[in-house]
Write a protein that binds this ligand. Structure first.
Ligand code: NAD
Ligand code: IPM
Ligand code: MN
Length: 356
């Protein structure tokens, strides 16, 4: 029997709700397949752990999880009780320490789901955002000076390396070759004349190695507008850490809901764990109501299974999600339904029993 070590870091808010549902779905897939076993270890980290210990995680949490193959994460953030720049540290740190430099975030309009954009139907929006996930604006370099004084000063320095930019561009070109041969860089070289000009130059260099891929670039402001105005013009879109973050909330919205958008934080060399999560956060506005859409996390779990080599189970999970959405009977309020989170899970599990 094939077996995989999975660290489960459900985190906070609806992160806990959607991960609970995802684990039920994963167990059902194990049963249906009969060929693999997920060894799940649940880590109670985040604001729950903070209430007990005054810390978000044990000090050595990186050591604790570094030998897992993958991490399944819900969402971090408990903004009413702990400042976000504290609760979110482990997420950013895991991406960096485990060198998960590729963040894959599909924005695909699926059959049966309505886009808020007029006249868009399934197939019209099929974008893969590749977010640089290990450096850039998230490098955490800087400091504060004269805190609280009228002449207070804050420095927040982004760090973009040739190695980091080259590898994410190369990954994106490879991906574009497997899709529709079109790669777009999110840039801002009209204003950020050091970092973004370097991104533009490296794009032009790497593009020479991929003559079959059409490579273009848009300034991030125009690109955000175009995600709303003409998303059908894009295939693979690559951007720095912050640009990728912003684009993928827009990506979630235009394909119907952030509650459908998955994310894979990948260490392509597989030297350290990769991390799978929904794009969304802990959604304090709906926590405890039982209405969080679990589908983003189901789809992240499918990406995880695929990464682990369980392509058949991954495909089956993706397919039953598509079937659920296409039928449209059991869906949460964010996509126009009345169902509860648990109803969606029950529907997905019943479909796995029938189809996988
Ligand atoms: P959010 O993504 O949590 O929520 C934005 C909006 O989308 C809310 O109206 C929410 O109800 C809705 N939404 C999100 N996920 C949904 C789902 N599965 N089903 C239905 N509706 C859903 O963003 P926010 O409100 O800006 O942030 C809340 C907290 O989450 C903050 O602490 C923030 O820092 C954190 N956050 C964490 C992550 C992460 O862990 N990866 C990502 C984003 C935000
Ligand atoms: C995301 C989130 C995180 C990010 C935050 C919560 C640190 O918004 O995963 O998209 O900016 O990467
Ligand atoms: Mn985000």
């Amino acid at each position: 029997m094939r077996s995989y070590k999975v660290a489960v870091y459900a985190g906070d808010g609806i992160g806990i709700e959607v991960v609970d549902e995802t684990i039920k779905v994963l167990h059902k897939l194990e049963q249906a397949s009969g060929g693999f076993k997920l060894e799940l270890t649940d880590f109670n980290w985040g604001s729950r752990y903070w209430r007990e210990t005054g810390k978000l995680t044990p000090d050595n949490y990186i050591d604790i999880i570094k030998d897992y193959e993958v991490i399944l994460l819900g969402a971090l953030g408990d903004p009413l009780h702990v400042p976000d720049h504290i609760t979110l540290v482990p997420l950013i740190e895991m991406r960096q320490r485990f060198d998960q430099y590729v963040c894959l975030r599909p924005a695909t309009l699926l059959p049966g789901v309505a886009s808020p954009l007029a006249n868009k139907k399934a197939g019209d929006i099929d974008i893969m955002v590749v977010r640089e996930n290990s450096e850039g604006e998230y490098a955490s370099l800087g400091g504060r000076f004269k805190i609280g004084q009228p002449d207070e000063c804050a420095l927040q320095t982004a760090m973009h390396t040739r190695k980091g930019v080259e590898r994410i561009l190369r990954y994106s070109f490879e991906l574009a070759r497997k899709r529709r041969n079109h790669l777009t860089l999110a840039t801002k070289s009209n204003a950020q004349k050091f970092a973004m000009v370097m991104w533009d130059e490296i794009l032009a260099e790497v593009a020479k190695e991929y003559p079959t891929v059409r490579a273009d670039k848009f300034h991030i402001d125009a690109l955000c507008m175009n995600f709303v105005r003409c998303p059908e013009n894009y295939d693979v879109v690559v951007g720095s850490n912050l640009f990728g973050d912003i684009l993928t909330d827009i990506g979630g919205a235009i394909v119907g809901s952030l509650g459908l958008a998955p994310s894979a934080n990948i260490n392509p060399e597989r030297t350290r764990p990769s991390l799978f999560e929904p794009v969304h956060g802990s959604a304090p506005d709906i926590v405890g109501k039982g209405i969080a859409n679990p589908i983003a996390t189901f789809r992240a779990a499918a990406m995880m299974l695929d990464f682990l080599g369980e392509a058949e189970a991954a495909k089956c999970l993706d397919q039953v999600v598509l079937d659920n959405l296409a039928e449209g009977k059991v869906r949460t309020p964010d996509i126009g339904g009345k169902a509860k989170t648990a109803d969606v899970t029950a529907d997905i599990i019943a479909r796995i029993e029938r189809a996988c």
